[in-house]
Design a protein. Structure first.
Length: 175
């Protein structure tokens, strides 16, 4: 048996460290794996923030807050009657299969009104306003990808809720 040289008591320790370092290098993950993991973590944090803050849509997924106001709208009885005519045109274009024309008729005064009617309706009937909010967001999300028939049903729902909103505010029900 060999005896280590006198005074060099780290003789065995040095020999054992080299293989351990090689094993550690062999077990380390490549840089691209760490890059992907970091990217997924960043996306998860951003996604969580968006969900928690309600940054998507007007009032978040639950519509606990009113839709964000857009431009200005007349939310009097005459405004609700005019909106009913605008929603009727929107539904008519959808019934004809003219989705592009329907989009053009929806985005503008009709769309603005759906947002601007939310706060006064919410002041009188919060559940009705929340349902209106969810229906408006549903149309906004579906308008570019849904079928005309699906959109007609959603548009008729919004139109009905707006009519109910007019009544909740003490106005005559638009026809």
């Amino acid at each position: 048996m060999l005896n280590p040289p006198a005074g060099d008591h780290l003789w065995f320790a040095r020999r054992r460290r080299a293989p351990a370092r090689r094993r550690a290098r062999q077990q380390a993950l490549p840089d691209w794996v760490w890059g992907i993991a970091l990217g997924v973590l960043v996306l998860a944090v951003i996604g969580g923030f968006v969900l928690i803050s309600g940054a998507v849509g007007g009032g978040g997924g639950t519509c606990d807050e009113p839709l964000k106001p857009l431009d200005t709208s007349d939310t009097s009885a005459a405004g609700f009657a005019q909106e009913d005519i605008g929603m009727g045109k929107f539904v008519d274009l959808l019934n004809r299969g003219d989705i592009k024309g329907a989009q053009d008729s929806f985005y503008g005064p009709v769309h603005n009104f759906t947002h601007n009617a939310d706060p006064p309706v919410r002041a009188k009937d919060e559940e009705l306003a929340k349902e209106l909010c969810r229906s408006v967001i549903d149309i906004e999300e579906s308008l570019s990808e849904a079928t005309a028939l699906d959109l007609v049903q959603k548009a008729q729902r919004v139109r009905s809720l707006l009519r109910d909103g007019a009544v909740a505010l003490g106005y005559p029900r638009p026809q």
